[in-house]
Design a protein around this ligand. Structure first.
Ligand SMILES: *Cc1c(COP(=O)(O)O)cnc(C)c1O
Length: 427
């Protein structure tokens, strides 16, 4: 496969942009590859600067759940584009998207729009701290909640891929209040809250973890989170930036029937435009300025183009049968990959939840960050490069999820499994 144009563009970019990329996860260092430069995409397929076509399992890291250039989303954007790009004043689109979010997630009565998942989580934590008057924050190893200082402790995604424990530039005083516990470990959670629950403002979790690869929650762990936070007066924050509208229309909270206090959203709700949001009960959200005194703001927040993309995306997703279709195809891919790996004698763990998939190159069951890290990273890198050569566009890291969209057909899935069959045999 000829990727010379991507290589040239990368060289030019690397002279001007740190690492040649505007988000570290796009780099290929961990898998010994040069990042592809993209020309365009349509449906489940993405085309690089050299004209190579790939089946896309990155989906812009989650947002493109309808595939690329879905006609309903494109039409909605084109309509609002004609009226202007940004006004710094309200439009009816903001309350319309807020209504759709509240209808999808009964834990949310009010929602504030922001511009990224990072903004959603940092604002949700400020809100929790402001309400409780406590500073402590509990998170879980391998979960990623964006790049705010207090959350860069044992984080997943790019932080895990680059093997950075935290980050220089994060003051020790800021992370002094952050406790990171093993995921899916109810005993560790109970022990921590029993010891210092009254200092903890909130517990933030990815209810389906997607930033250490995809790791399924133990339902008992999720219900313990709800019970224990309530007992100690801490707020429970579900970071559904990735899982929201992906593992079910109502997110992980609908799938596992748990009601969090605050929910963070992003990715899918922007349909490919930069959007984040956080929401909860009226009782909680009324503390946000200007109704309350906890400050949070944004020049471009609630941007009309972004709102229109979000509304169109959720409208499509809310049609009957969409999640059944997504789930069936994601399961077909997970089963296909597991079967062909087993046939080739390559030990893997394949899990699927909704339209998210995890594939780990390890013979151990993966339930948390420690077990995810038993994966054979050089084997993953070889798999990644060989799959790319066969036209399969995967995230260049063992610690990222695989995303299926409504545009992926059985044919796309079967071609992917066939590619994997040849690749596994050569590992
Ligand atoms: C992607 C992600 C974020 C950060 O969102 P950005 O838009 O990249 O800032 C936060 N939490 C989770 C669970 C995510 O997957």
């Amino acid at each position: 496969m000829n990727q010379t144009r991507s290589k040239t563009l990368f060289k030019e970019a690397a002279a001007l942009i740190p690492g040649g990329v505007n988000s570290p996860v796009r780099a290929g260092k961990a898998v010994g590859a040069t990042p592809l430069f993209i020309d365009r995409a349509q449906g489940a397929e993405i085309v690089d600067a050299d004209g190579n076509v790939y089946i896309d399992y990155i989906g812009s890291w989650g947002p493109m759940i309808l595939g690329h250039r879905h006609p309903a989303v494109m039409a909605a954007i084109e309509t609002v584009l004609k009226r202007g790009l940004s006004f710094g004043a309200s439009t009816d689109l903001e309350a319309r998207l807020a209504r759709m979010v509240a209808d999808a997630m009964p834990s949310i009565e009010m929602v504030r729009m922001v511009n990224s998942g990072t903004e959603a989580t940092m604002s949700a934590i400020r809100l929790a701290r402001g309400i409780t008057g406590r500073d402590g924050l509990v998170k879980f190893d391998g979960c990623y909640h964006g790049h705010a200082d207090m959350l860069l402790v044992d984080a997943g995604s790019g932080v895990a891929t680059q093997a950075i424990p935290g980050s220089p530039g994060v003051p020790a005083d800021v992370v002094r209040h952050t406790i990171s516990l093993p995921y899916n470990n109810t005993a560790a959670l109970k022990e921590c809250l029993d010891r210092q629950g009254e200092q903890i403002a909130c517990v933030i979790v990815e209810p389906v973890a997607g930033n250490m690869g995809m790791v399924e929650p133990d339902p008992e762990f999720l219900s313990a989170l709800r019970k224990e936070t309530e007992k100690h007066g801490c707020l429970l924050i579900f970071d559904e930036v990735m899982s929201g509208f992906r593992v079910a229309y109502g997110g992980a909270q609908a799938r596992y029937s748990i009601t969090p206090d605050i929910t963070c959203l992003g990715k899918v709700i922007g349909g490919g435009m930069p959007v984040g949001a956080y929401g909860g009960s009226r009782q909680i959200m009324k503390h946000i300025a200007p109704e309350g005194n906890i400050y949070q703001a944004g020049t471009l927040s609630g941007n009309p183009v972004a709102m229109a993309a979000g509304i169109a995306t959720l409208s499509e997703l809310n049609k009957p049968g969409v999640y059944e279709g997504l789930e069936t195809r994601t399961r077909r891919l997970a089963d296909g990959l597991a079967r062909t790996a087993a046939d080739a004698g390559v030990p893997v763990q394949a899990h699927a939840v909704g339209a998210m998939l995890g594939l780990f190159f390890t013979d151990r069951p993966v339930t948390d960050f420690a077990s995810a890290k038993t994966s054979d990273l050089s084997r993953f890198a070889a798999y990644y490069r060989a799959m790319l050569g066969k036209g399969i566009f995967l995230a260049p890291s063992q610690f990222e999820a695989i995303f299926v969209s409504t545009a992926h057909t059985d044919d796309h899935i079967d071609r992917t499994v066939n590619a994997a069959k040849a690749v596994f045999a050569g590992l």
